[in-house]
Design a protein around this ligand. Structure first.
Ligand code: BGC
Length: 259
């Protein structure tokens, strides 16, 4: 296929610590078109090995159009500057060069946009999620292996915030209150929510967002832990959940967003 529907169909890929996931996206609705494809993240997750898997995923999907790609890293000028939950060799990687080399179509470079995973999720929620996500000062957080963050003002992104790494209370916030920590320490929803609440209160004290959106897999069970949060901000769960990274990535390449 694929470029015949390129105006309304996009493709996004979300690179995570355990899986690399991709899907075609209907750019009008933000819904997936067809199945999401998931391939296990190679170990070690070096840039070359990951780019090979991304190429394989696109081949399986028979997609040769533009592609948006998320990484769990700070991305500036298409270069990864950090690597918290991926191989350290990503630091300093020119992602534009990496992916254009691995994803060329008939010898021609492919159009690619690379951005932080939580930033992609924030853009997707602002565009297709709860309308409140595009009103005013919004902080979106994704709880997973780490804590990802996206800051939005009326739907416009301030990229590359790394609030999961705020030192709190004595370590990175994500090392104390991510959903991976909840699993590892076998915390109840109430116990974990108490930690999340303290972290949110710290974010609120510094940033004063009007709204906080919580994403990541654990947001599906928001009714179990949301009521235990006392932080003084309007707080609600993300709508797109695990679709958000892929959809945000597809939107980024379509809109030429390249942090
Ligand atoms: C990374 C962020 C990422 C977040 C969620 C953090 O450890 O530093 O860049 O957005 O995890 O994956």
């Amino acid at each position: 296929m694929t470029t015949e529907t390129a105006g309304t169909t996009g493709f996004g890929i979300d690179i995570g610590g355990s899986g690399i996931k991709g899907a075609r996206v209907d750019m009008d609705s933000g819904e997936f078109i067809g199945e999401r494809i998931k391939i296990l993240t190679p170990r070690p997750a070096t840039p070359e090995a990951v780019a090979d898997v991304v190429a394989e995923l696109l081949e399986q999907a028979e997609w040769d159009g533009p592609v948006g790609i998320t990484v769990p890293a700070v991305v500036q000028n298409q270069t990864a500057l950090t690597a918290a939950n991926i191989d350290h060799s990503w630091i300093g990687t020119d992602c534009a060069e990496l992916f254009s080399r691995h994803l060329a179509v008939d010898g021609k470079p492919r159009e690619v946009a690379v951005l932080n995973d939580a930033d992609a999720a924030g853009l997707a929620e602002a565009r297709y999620g709860d309308p409140r996500a595009r009103e005013g000062a919004v902080l979106l957080l994704t709880f997973g292996t780490g804590i990802g963050s996206a800051l939005l003002v009326n739907g416009t992104l301030y990229p590359n915030t790394e609030l999961g790494h705020l030192i709190f209370p004595a370590m990175d916030a994500e090392k104390w209150a991510s959903s991976a920590v909840k699993e590892r320490e076998e915390l109840s929803y109430r116990e974990w929510a108490r930690r999340v609440d303290r972290v949110l209160e710290e974010y609120r004290r510094i940033l004063n967002p009007q709204r906080i959106i919580v994403g990541g897999g654990v947001s599906r069970k928001f009714e179990k832990w949301g009521p235990h949060l006392a932080v003084d901000a309007e707080i609600f769960p993300a709508v797109l959940r695990n679709r958000a990274g892929i959809v945000g990535a597809a939107g980024a390449v379509r809109d030429g967003i390249r942090p």
